[in-house]
Design a binder for this molecule. Structure first.
Ligand code: NCD
Ligand code: ZN
Ligand code: ZN
Length: 424
């Protein structure tokens, strides 16, 4: 066992596995345990029931790079990992920065997804006139301010004008900002869907200043270190509408793992020293969501050191394992992987879904993955909770390792048309 855990916790996971035994005929109640014994104690058994999880940060690579993943394999991996709603990033081979490119992607998704899927729009600062036309089609705008996969980078000098244009396009079409939830009053600020950013510590001051200046809610993706989270905590205290997410790899892997994994350990933001990982765990309450940043590449591509890890199938077992170690609580998992992502994006109630897991500890590995990427940086680590069955809207869509939903059966989620009078 390698990698990092919470400060003061034993990250080895060296406990007796609890055998899985789903009890027949018990009505699933998401978020509650349905087993006979106390979880975490040797010899107990039962099932874990959760609402279908929401991952607001995935890269499904479709269209353009379907040798890495496509809408069907990527959303199948989501179901296998207990996620019933995913939001797909715009850094495709052809960046999704025009209404036309977005339209083609929506059509493809409609034919191929097996779980509910929403899309984001992208910008390099030169497509502000497209913003209004996409408000009814996407759940947010994604901006890249550091170099990562896709090489599409926004000049920070454009940031304020992009945020302002996105805010105004939302206001004109009646879409109200919903990001940041309970902690800030940004639901009152008007503007559009949130702006999500790849913004590491060096550019974060610019981002937070721009959010404050424009009132446009921002979601900082994949916080990875103390220097980033400290800035976000301070900004939030100052009333800036900001939320943030952390990936499982920044919680469960560290710079030591990057050394061990070589080119397969390349990801952006890079894996950080143990002291940063500890800081993230110690301040988990300040992090709104856990986002997988599912970023599939083939093993051969990883040999070349491309950035990114698949994550949809390993996120939940890692979190449930951490719960067993006392590193977080079940309600934290539900809050960060279901409630908060839905609230930040304004997805509405995503509750018509149930994930049933066997209470069992197992070794994470490459063999059973649905993702076309077919590898994981977490191989050899302990996970807890095997997804046995996933139901959506009353239908079983995944069971015993098999995706039962047909391509196109998932919904392509679009923001509801604003109600009359929303324009105030
Ligand atoms: C992501 C990808 O491959 O699309 N890679 C990564 O290392 N995280 C892009 C990103 O989220 O930065
Ligand atoms: Zn990123
Ligand atoms: Zn990403």
């Amino acid at each position: 066992m390698s990698g990092s855990g919470a400060a003061g916790q034993d990250p080895t996971g060296d406990q007796d596995p609890a055998p899985g035994s789903p009890g027949p005929g018990q009505a699933p109640v998401p978020g509650q345990r349905n087993g006979s014994g106390t979880p975490g104690l040797p010899g107990t058994s039962g099932r874990i029931l959760l609402p279908g999880l929401v991952d607001l940060h995935v890269h499904l690579r479709d269209p353009g790079q379907t040798h890495k993943e496509d809408f069907t394999t990527g959303t199948g991996a989501a179901l296998a990992g207990g996620f019933t709603t995913v939001l797909d990033m715009p850094n495709n081979a052809t960046p999704v920065t025009t209404r036309e490119v977005l339209g083609r992607k929506l059509d493809l998704a409609g034919a191929r997804v097996v779980c509910d899927t929403g899309l984001y729009f992208g910008s390099l600062g030169d497509n502000l006139s497209e913003f209004e036309a996409v408000q009814d089609l996407v759940w947010g705008l994604k901006l890249y301010l550091n170099t990562t996969t896709g090489g599409y980078l926004l000049d920070p000098d454009f940031l304020v004008s992009v945020l302002r244009a996105w805010r105004d396009a939302g206001a004109r079409t009646g879409h109200r900002a919903v990001a940041a939830g309970a902690r800030t009053a940004c639901a009152e600020t008007g503007g559009g869907h949130p702006v999500l950013l790849h913004a590491e510590a060096d550019v974060l001051p610019t981002v937070l200043r721009a959010a404050g200046e424009t009132g446009q809610p921002v979601h900082v993706c994949h916080v990875c270190c103390r220097a980033e989270l400290e800035q976000i905590i301070a900004a939030r205290a100052a009333g800036i509408p900001v939320t943030c997410g952390v990936t499982p790899h920044h919680l469960f892997l560290s710079a030591e793992d990057a050394d061990r994994l070589g080119p397969h350990g390349e990801v952006r933001p890079a894996l950080r020293p143990r002291a940063d990982v500890d800081y993230l765990w110690e301040n988990l309450a300040a992090i709104d969501v856990v986002e997988s940043d599912h970023a599939p590449h083939t093993p051969a591509e990883k040999d070349q050191g491309v950035f990114g890890f698949p994550g949809l199938e390993t996120t939940l077992p890692l979190l449930l394992w951490a719960e067993r170690q006392g590193m977080l609580r079940r309600e934290d998992i539900v809050a960060k992987c279901h409630e908060a992502p839905a609230r930040i994006l304004g997805l509405g109630d995503r509750g018509e879904s149930v994930v049933e897991l066997d209470e069992v500890e197992f070794e994470l590995g490459d063999r059973e993955l649905v993702s076309r990427a077919a590898w994981t940086p977490f191989a050899g680590r302990a996970g807890y909770g095997r997804v046995r069955r996933v139901s959506v809207r009353g239908r079983v869509v995944f069971e015993d390792g098999v995706v039962l939903a047909e391509p196109g059966e998932g919904f392509v989620l679009r923001p509801a048309a604003p109600v009359a009078g929303a324009r105030s």
